[in-house]
Design a protein around this ligand. Structure first.
Ligand SMILES: Cc1cc2nc3c(=O)[nH]c(=O)nc-3n(C[C@H](O)[C@H](O)[C@H](O)COP(=O)(O)OP(=O)(O)OC[C@H]3O[C@@H](n4cnc5c(N)ncnc54)[C@H](O)[C@@H]3O)c2cc1C
Length: 351
């Protein structure tokens, strides 16, 4: 099969890698100068939902695939990207601590709820992936293999045929769009209920070495070495742009001050949009009208955990007709598609 992928963020690079693993022909189009969520992602994978002290959705299935996928990429690209971390949750009160103890004793949860030290519980099976480094290394690999076109994708050049799609005179069996937050502005997909969310983090240089493990308290405090710490991250919905803000800088600085006495200065700040969606489940599947055109999106704030597993899931659906999980299939929003007010010119099927 010959497949075209758009995007080289976590979604695009993972489906591209699955396509190559399965021995299909691949072309990737991505604008390498476009801001991306993956370039700014902190890259944590955390198996616990702190608010309910539950396991994260499908974590038992996702965890082994995360390690397998990223370790193979480390070997292939010759880069170190996946770091297991010492990660602790600070208990806000005694009830929370007792709840944690119950989870430790429970067979369903014990793989993720680790030992308690002072007023902190250790989170097991957590880690950090250097997403920016991975994206750059994967793009370099694709360029070297002449599989990547660094360009804006031009929707008006898509021509639908019964058995596939032409893009600029080249025929593909399937096209998979992995445009991250930009998909919310694309008429092909804007009927899907995206809930794009802006995120910012800062890096500070502290006068003292405040902790040598990743700490989740009011925010995540992530040691970077030499008394530097990343404070990650904010969640905001207005304005939805890629610019850093004074308010995020102040809020994250105040979080640090509420935890530690050490004086510090801010040395870096970054912002990006997350491809978050209303029901917090990824978007996978074929466009309801434009046959052979697929989406892989909606990774939200969990791209590192979701992309390795669901890239395989989607490719097996596309190439082997395996069914998609109902929870991730975009068909769940078909009613919205039928009720949309769509400009048909974006779906020009008459060329
Ligand atoms: C501050 C912050 C912290 C985060 N921390 C974490 C974390 O700790 N753990 C975690 O798992 N996730 C985290 N995330 C979320 C994570 O970044 C996303 O889940 C993930 O990166 C989404 O990947 P994506 O490929 O869907 O989108 P993107 O990374 O945005 O990629 C989109 C790609 O599509 C390309 N593109 C789009 N439109 C076009 C077009 N028309 N033509 C050509 N190319 C196009 C872009 O160039 C880009 O390559 C964080 C996000 C933010 C903002």
């Amino acid at each position: 099969m010959k497949l075209l992928v758009v995007g080289t963020g976590l979604a695009g690079l993972s489906i591209a890698e699955r396509i190559l693993e399965a021995g299909h022909k691949l072309t990737v189009i991505s604008n390498l100068n476009k801001a991306s969520s993956t370039d700014v992602a902190t890259g944590m994978y955390n198996p616990i939902v702190f608010r309910h002290l539950n396991k994260s959705w499908m974590v038992d299935e996702l965890t082994p695939v995360i390690h397998d996928f990223f370790s193979k990429l480390e070997l292939k690209l010759n880069v170190a990207i996946d770091t297991p971390i010492k990660f602790f949750k600070k208990f806000p009160n005694d009830d929370y601590k007792n709840w944690w103890i119950k989870r430790q004793e429970d067979a369903e949860h014990k793989d993720y709820f680790g030992p308690i030290k002072d007023n902190h519980g250790e989170i097991l099976n957590a880690g950090l992936v250097d997403c920016k480094k991975l994206k750059a290394a994967y793009e370099e690999y694709l360029l070297k293999e002449q599989l990547l076109i660094n360009d804006d994708f031009d929707y008006s050049s898509l021509i639908q045929r019964d058995n596939g799609i032409f893009y600029k005179d080249e025929f593909y069996d399937k096209v998979i769009l992995c445009e991250g937050p930009y998909a919310a502005e694309n008429e092909l997909w804007s009927w899907l209920p995206f809930n794009i969310c802006k995120g910012e983090w800062i890096t500070i240089e502290s006068e003292t070495e405040v902790c040598d493990f990743v700490l989740n308290a009011v925010t995540n405090v992530i040691p970077q070495g030499e008394k530097k710490f990343k404070l990650s991250s904010t969640f905001s919905w207005e304005p939805l742009d890629w610019k850093t803000t004074e308010s995020a800088r102040t809020s994250l600085s105040n979080d640090f001050k509420s935890l530690f006495d050490s004086p510090f200065k801010v040395i870096d700040q970054q912002a990006a949009l997350r491809p978050t969606v209303a029901d917090r489940r990824p978007y996978l599947g074929e466009h309801p009208e434009f046959k052979n055109l697929y989406i892989f999106n909606g990774l939200g704030s969990k791209g590192v955990m979701l992309a390795p597993y669901f890239s395989k899931h989607l490719l097996e659906h596309i190439t082997e007709s395996k069914p998609l999980l109902n929870e991730v299939d975009i068909i769940r929003h078909k009613k919205r598609f039928l009720n949309r007010n769509l400009d048909e010119s974006s779906l020009d099927k008459n060329h």
